[in-house]
Design a protein around this ligand. Structure first.
Ligand code: NDP
Length: 281
């Protein structure tokens, strides 16, 4: 069965629209997201455009801050700090990657945790690790939401996450752990990836290598989530050899149309939540 991220994301956007309307009625303004884009990277421009389109669709005000690729670190920092102090901005997103020479960590640290709608900050990742309320990174949060909407049980299941980045693999593993799965994290130094993956009831791949996960690495009936976004001769593809793996999996996400749309929906959701939290604090 296909886990249809596109359809679920559309449903979530419908729900967010109602929350954004209720927010506006209560507080006289819409929730708002500021997007900082530095430079002219074509992929980043597309991502930013999609995020802004998503905002419009659900009634979130978007504020674009576009800086030239030649902008200095101090200029970018000044833009982020101004947004951090703006009481009408609820969420701030700095589109990555930043041009060479800019210290992304330093710039991201200028976003206050309560406006960090990407959930990348040390504070938000720490809150997740401690099982306390905070903002969770959009991609792993989207995976959890997808599993929840398809009523896939996690408690006591063996989950294997391939990839350990701070923005996908690591928070993904923590979320599955917090949902009472027994979690294994694999990475580039894992000795026998096939053996680890074969044990998974829930397999999440977040690596960025086409066809890394082949049919012989997946247990019959496993739930397979493909976070990867790669390009091959046919265009966009994930980490999973879909044709072979879909014959064995009970549920599988397609690429495109699986995790990607959920990520954008969770960004919008995190923005509305940040706006609501700021008002009720
Ligand atoms: P990173 O490059 O930061 O992390 C990749 C991870 O994969 C690392 O932990 C790395 O291990 C591990 N890895 C690399 N090679 C292997 C291997 N052969 N076997 C096992 N593990 C390996 O990537 P991200 O986490 O940022 O993104 C992962 C993928 O997800 C990318 O394709 C990205 O485009 C996609 N993505 C998709 C999103 C969506 O919305 N669908 C959103 C965000 C990302 P090590 O730590 O040892 O180096």
């Amino acid at each position: 069965m296909i886990l249809d991220g596109k359809a679920v994301a559309a449903q979530i956007r419908g729900e967010l629209k109602l929350r954004a309307e209720a927010f506006e009625q209560s507080y006289g303004r819409r929730p708002s997201l500021a997007v900082v884009l530095v430079g002219e990277d074509p992929a980043s421009q597309i991502y930013v455009r999609n995020k802004i389109k998503g905002c419009e669709e659900v009634g979130i005000r978007s504020v674009g801050r576009y800086l030239k690729g030649t902008a200095t670190e101090e200029e970018v920092l000044a833009a982020v700090r101004a947004l951090a102090e703006d009481g009408e901005v609820d969420g701030i997103l700095v589109q990555l990657p930043l041009p060479r020479g800019l210290d992304a960590d330093r710039i991201l640290r200028a976003i206050p945790a309560e406006k960090d709608v990407d959930g990348f900050s040390a504070e938000n990742l720490g809150l997740l690790a401690r099982r306390e309320e905070g903002t969770v990174a959009c991609t792993p949060l989207g995976v959890m939401e997808l599993l929840k909407r398809y009523e896939i049980p996690l408690r006591g299941k063996r989950a294997v996450v391939v990839g350990r980045s701070n923005i996908v693999g690591r928070p993904m593993a923590l979320l599955l752990l917090n949902a009472d799965a027994t979690v294994t994290i694999c990475h580039s130094a894992t000795r026998d990836l096939r053996e680890e993956c074969l044990r998974a009831d829930i397999l999440v791949s977040a690596v960025g290598k086409a066809k890394l996960i082949t049919g012989d690495m997946v247990k019959e009936g496993a739930v397979v989530i493909d976070v990867g976004m790669n390009r091959d001769e046919n265009g966009l593809c994930g980490d999973v050899d879909f044709e072979a793996v879909s014959k064995k999996a009970s549920y599988i996400t397609p690429v495109p149309g699986g995790v990607g749309p959920m990520t954008v929906a969770m960004l919008l959701s995190n923005t509305v939540s940040a706006a609501e939290r700021a008002q009720t604090k």
